[in-house]
Design a protein. Structure first.
Lengths: 414, 252
């Protein structure tokens, strides 16, 4: 075997230009695969994080059926103890409480339906990016004293034809079924980039909300942010455990961002599927070019194989040598590809990729204009592993072709 | 000769088959009559509205004035917390008034299918309760007998392009023009909700359904009941009654 390996290795370098071309094709495919996969993971991370940070949060504690039915009456009855219990859990960064109600919002000229969200201004600023999304006017915490401040979305402001300082009337239904009505003053206008959010939501201080909608101290959601996406699972389990110990906690449920934003996960899955199809095509192209090189090598060396068979080399041994040659080239290509691919990805992971065409729009909405690829074991090895399997499969065909050679005919071959 | 006899026989058969139809009243007139009967020319009523949900229940008292099929105005009289909240309907348009913020708000079209005050009646049910007559085509699909009176079952399908929310309605109208049941179906002909008249008594000088129950088809314990406490027909109503200025001055 040692002899075979040695022969294979020498054969590989007998035609350095052909070998290098093959190695480059394999290496380049690996670089692209590693970079693309890392880029995709990175952009998903950015998407998820910005969606989480704008509104949803990593985890939410709600009444059992609130997410499905969104009924005013399904509340977290005593938010205080729940917030205290959750705050104590490791990796929990920030906790806030919210309440929601669908109501009519009316300016002097226009009326529209809107989701009124009651937020605690102090803790909300730590959980969501709402404060940083304010493009005009000020956040709820800095609103003038004595006014009933309201923060509204950019598109809603447009629809209602209102600006900072204008008055809005909110008319809806309270938790006890009574008519809920109040007058508010617009203190700020935010733009998140999510059209639906900017068109249909309006934020007011939680205490105002609780008074207007007869909530009696209850809330609809307790929003929890943790230190990273990978901590969501453990914290979720810890929260569920603690809820069981709180009186009334049995009727509460904890949902993660995945359950709260099913559309986001679906969008990511769709994008990943398209990505997989693209990589498959890329690998296919590489496979054909490698097949071509190997096949040419066999044709070129037909005479050589004939001589070897004539002096008694068994076809099986020749096949083995051929496979060793192709595997050696593939491994060198993949090794170089992984090294270069990781290096390139790490560089971009550090400096980010400037989406200069779109960055102006993105920056306007509080999402940074840079996307950072995310190198991981999966993104570094999945592509090269695929290339390894495919090239090995492809090299079987020319190698096995040798078994059909007749020594005399092969030697006659030019 | 033989041919003539056969022809005559066929003719008689057709006449006999068509006979039942000729005796049936015109379905459109039935529906129109029923709507008119419920509303009268003018009326003044006091109604208790009870909203029932699996875990809670709430009753409010409403005072209402109506004129023909077009106009109506009503205010909540009780409970005290909601007293003075008013709704004005003129044609297909609706305005609501809240005394706390002292503002009149016109309901945008997008809100017309939302529920009125959290009840099972939508704003559309209140604003367009008469468009069943003109926007639908009606057909009598059955007859029943209840308490010795004939009840016609009418299927109403929206005319092509009609601006309505329902895919189909089924009405039961008694021969004396009293609406017994109105069922609302979506585009897939699935029952969404149904209005049942549960008690018919003398009120305001005529037989009248005094208890209306609007029930959600999906859930068992989700319904809204209208209980007529008093009702008068043919009352004098000034022209200024159905105006926005009047909406701001609750007559309670």
């Amino acid at each position: 075997m040692g002899m075979d390996m040695k022969m294979a290795w020498r054969n590989v370098w007998r035609n350095p230009r052909r070998t290098w071309l093959t190695i480059c094709a394999i290496g380049f495919a690996c670089i692209i695969l590693i970079f693309m996969l890392s880029f995709q993971f990175g952009s998903y991370g950015t998407m998820i994080n910005s969606a989480i940070r704008i509104n949803t949060g990593h985890l939410q504690i709600q009444a059992e059926d609130y997410f499905a039915e969104k009924s005013m009456r399904q509340v977290v009855p005593e938010p205080g103890p729940v917030i205290r219990a959750v705050s104590g859990i490791e990796s929990v960064q920030a906790v806030t409480a919210r309440a929601n109600a669908f109501s009519l919002v009316s300016s002097d000229n226009r009326t529209a339906g809107a989701m009124i969200i009651g937020v605690d201004p102090e803790s909300e600023a730590r959980v969501s990016t709402l404060e940083t999304l304010v493009r005009k006017g000020v956040f709820l915490t800095k609103a003038e004293h004595g006014t009933n401040p309201a923060l509204i979305g950019r598109l809603m402001a447009q629809n209602l034809q209102v600006d900072i300082g204008d008055e809005l009337v909110v008319l809806g239904q309270g938790r006890d079924g009574s008519v809920a009505a109040t007058a508010l003053t617009v203190c700020g206008i935010y733009a998140s980039g999510m059209e639906e959010f900017d068109r249909s939501t309006m934020h007011i201080p939680l205490d105002t909300f609780q008074e207007v909608y007869s909530m009696r101290g209850t809330v609809h959601e307790i929003v929890v942010n943790v230190s990273g996406l990978d901590r969501v699972g453990p914290v979720k389990r810890a929260v569920a455990d603690r809820l069981d110990q709180i009186p009334g906690g049995k009727n509460l449920t904890v949902l993660d961002w995945d359950a709260l934003m099913p559309g986001l996960t679906q969008a990511i899955k769709l994008d990943l599927t398209i990505g997989v199809i693209f990589w498959a095509l890329l690998v296919l192209v590489v496979a054909f070019s490698i097949l071509n090189t190997f096949l040419m090598a066999v044709f070129e060396r037909t005479r050589e194989f004939g001589v070897m068979m004539a002096i008694g080399t068994r076809p099986g041994r020749l096949v083995r040598i051929m496979l060793c040659e192709s595997t050696a080239m593939t491994l060198v290509g993949i090794g170089l590809g992984i090294a270069l691919g990781c290096a390139v990805t790490l560089i971009f992971q550090h400096i980010g990729i400037d989406l200069s065409g779109a960055s102006e729009i993105l920056q306007q909405y509080g999402i940074s204009g840079r996307i950072y690829p995310q190198l991981s074991i999966i993104s570094a090895l999945a592509g090269p592993a695929l290339v390894l399997i495919v090239t090995f499969a492809v090299s079987l065909y020319p190698a096995l072709k040798i078994r059909n050679f007749k020594p005399v005919e092969a030697m006659m071959h030019v | 000769m033989k041919r003539i006899i056969v022809g005559l026989a066929v003719l008689i058969c057709f006449a006999a088959a068509g006979h039942g139809r000729i005796n049936d009243p015109d379905p459109r007139e039935l529906v129109k009559g029923a709507v008119k009967y419920l509303r009268g020319n003018t009326s003044r009523a006091v109604v208790d509205m009870t909203i029932h949900r699996p875990d809670w229940e709430r009753t409010m008292t409403i005072k209402a004035w109506t004129e023909g099929r077009e106009n109506s105005i009503f205010w909540i009289a009780a409970p005290p917390k909601d007293r003075g909240n008013g709704t004005l309907k003129r044609g297909d348009e609706m305005w609501i008034f809240n005394p706390k913020v002292n503002r009149v708000i016109k309901l945008p079209p997008s809100m017309m299918s939302q529920s009125w005050q959290g009840s099972d009646f939508s704003n559309n049910d209140l604003a367009k309760s008469d468009n069943i007559v003109d926007q639908y085509t009606h057909e009598i699909i059955g007859r029943q007998t209840r308490h010795g009176k004939t009840v016609y079952v009418i299927r109403s399908l929206p005319k092509p392009g009609a601006p309505v929310v329902w895919g189909m309605q089924k009405l039961k109208i008694r021969e004396d023009n009293i609406l017994i049941r109105q069922a609302f179906f979506d585009e897939d002909r699935e029952l969404v909700k149904a209005l049942d008249m549960e008690k018919i008594e003398m009120l305001g000088g005529r037989l009248y359904p005094v208890k209306w129950k609007m029930k959600d088809a999906g859930q068992k314990e989700k319904y809204t009941i209208l209980d007529y406490r008093s009702l008068e027909f043919g009352v004098d109503i000034s022209d200024r009654m159905f105006t926005i200025a009047s909406l701001k001055n609750p007559r309670l």
